[in-house]
Design a protein around this ligand. Structure first.
Ligand SMILES: [Ca+2]
Ligand SMILES: [Ca+2]
Length: 283
């Protein structure tokens, strides 16, 4: 064999070896790690934080979202730009290490048109498209399961079986962690699943219509976000993840700006549509 031919054969063998070596464990294929830009924690580009010092800059700025399956359970990890603190730590809140953040992790498990829920949870003021409706949502709240379940019973009983209150929630450094049984998800995470993470702030004294969400008004207040409207037409989310490609922050601002501005009593179709992110898209 010529040297040239041998080299080609060697290169082919190395490539084959690399291809075989890549997915080390089956579990790795089902996990998902996804970045989000820094500094886009302003919803459609205009939102501002409440003025109270507990809302530290970066508290609602998602920098990474991760799905980590392990055995018969899955960890969902949402990382933000600043170290997570627990300014309102109290036994009633179970002391899981955080106070101001709240994240809603929506999952589309079948990517089927007409299957799932298009409405956002009460108080988020967003919706999903018909072919990207959510089948499950994991709520990461600093409040204990008793309170969260009671809110679900009052404000979203029709989706009770789709809303997952994790068996464990905790903060670690800059990361919020939720541990969920795969049985609650309808099985272990699949590479075909889609995700959307809405970053909110847990409101201990929510409005009658809001599932523990903090409002966004025209002007920020001590415990109110600003830069939106005083009605429920503007999306009440500070940061979301968006599908890959292009300028992710710009894309988010466009998505969250698409709501009907001149209405005080929005209909569902007036709200902004948030997308799902599918790990396998474009592969
Ligand atoms: Ca971000
Ligand atoms: Ca974002």
């Amino acid at each position: 064999m010529h040297l040239h031919g041998f080299r080609r054969l060697l290169a082919a063998a190395l490539m084959l070896g690399a291809a075989i070596a890549l997915p080390a464990r089956a579990e790795d294929e089902k996990g998902f790690k996804y970045p989000d830009p820094i500094g886009d924690d302003k919803g459609p580009g205009t939102y501002t934080y409440p003025t109270d010092a507990v809302y530290k800059p970066g508290s609602f700025d998602i920098t990474e979202f991760e799905v980590v399956p392990s055995g018969n359970q899955t960890e969902f990890r949402v990382t933000v730009r600043t170290r997570i603190e627990d300014p309102w730590d109290s036994p009633a809140w179970k002391g899981n290490g955080f106070s101001v953040q709240m994240a809603f992790i929506h999952i589309d498990t079948d990517h089927k048109k007409g299957s799932g829920v298009q409405e956002g949870l009460p108080g988020t003021n967003v919706r999903f498209s018909e072919d990207e409706a959510w089948d499950r949502v994991v709520i990461i709240s600093p409040q204990g399961p008793t309170r969260v379940n009671s809110e679900i019973g009052l404000k979203a009983p029709q989706w009770k079986d789709r809303i997952i209150v994790p068996k464990v929630t905790r903060a670690q450094g800059k990361t919020l962690i939720a541990v969920v049984d795969n049985a609650a998800l309808g099985g272990p995470p699949q590479t075909t699943w889609g995700y959307q993470v809405l970053m909110q702030s847990n409101e201990g004294f929510p409005a009658k219509s809001d599932l523990l969400t903090r409002k966004v008004n025209e002007f920020e207040g001590q415990h109110r976000f600003g830069g939106g409207t005083d009605y429920d037409n503007d999306p009440h989310v500070m940061d979301i993840i968006v599908p890959p490609g292009g300028d992710a922050a710009k894309k988010q601002y466009e998505i969250l700006s698409k709501y009907k501005k001149d209405t005080k009593e929005p209909k569902p179709e007036d709200l902004a549509v948030v997308p799902m992110v599918y790990p396998n898209a474009g592969k």
